[in-house]
Write a protein that binds this ligand. Structure first.
Ligand code: HEC
Length: 170
């Protein structure tokens, strides 16, 4: 299943159509002015390829690498964590209380993709956009760019993530 998802991802990134798109949370048009957060992943700087030794990292990070490492041979590459200025304190506090709307971004800079997390009534919502706002969230919810993949991890690691926030400011 994962391999099908990975093969699909490379086509999807190149593809500009929107027929399969289905983000749960809106594109943040002003994302380029958001604040960069300094988190464990941001300090590593990149998501590595599949042959990286990540055994020293917490299980949630190992699983993230396992799921996304094969999107290109050297791995997904450089990342930034971006936080909407209005929720900077909520992100630092790691206690939830996020307002409705898109609040956080994992910017995959080499892939030119934005993984976005937003909220509706405190419930985390997920999506994937190109930098220009094209919604490339996979309508097949179980694929690696489908919202269920995000949800299983971000909501599933309930001891680690708070209201869909998995990173911590350092
Ligand atoms: C297997 C686990 C896993 C999966 C699957 C996953 N993520 Fe994450 N994600 C993480 C972890 C861990 C971090 C925190 C990394 C850090 O900054 O140290 C993170 C960070 C983020 C952030 C930055 C805000 C935060 O939570 O600190 C966003 C936004 C995000 N992910 C969105 C997504 C979206 C959208 C998807 C699905 C397309 C997804 N993620 C899939 C584990 C995962």
């Amino acid at each position: 299943m994962k391999n099908i998802g990975k093969a699909f991802l490379s086509g999807l990134i190149l593809w500009t159509g929107m027929a399969l798109a289905g983000s749960e949370t809106p594109f943040p048009g002003d994302w380029q002015s958001w604040n960069k957060a300094s988190t464990p992943l941001a300090s590593i700087g990149a998501l590595p390829g599949c042959d990286a030794d990540v055994s020293a990292l917490p299980p949630i990070y190992q699983e993230t690498v396992e799921i996304y490492c094969a999107v290109r041979p050297e791995g997904p590459g450089a990342v930034d964590i971006l936080v909407k200025p209005a929720v900077a304190d909520a992100y630092k506090g790691r206690k939830g209380g996020f307002p409705d709307g898109t609040n956080m971004i994992l910017h995959l800079k080499d892939l030119q993709l934005l993984f976005v997390t937003g909220h509706t009534g405190g419930a985390a919502q997920y999506g994937v956009y190109k930098e220009d706002g094209t919604d490339v969230t996979d309508a097949d919810a179980s694929s690696i760019l489908g919202v269920n993949t995000c949800r299983v991890c971000h909501t599933g690691y309930a001891d680690f993530c708070v209201e869909g926030q998995c990173g911590a400011s350092q």
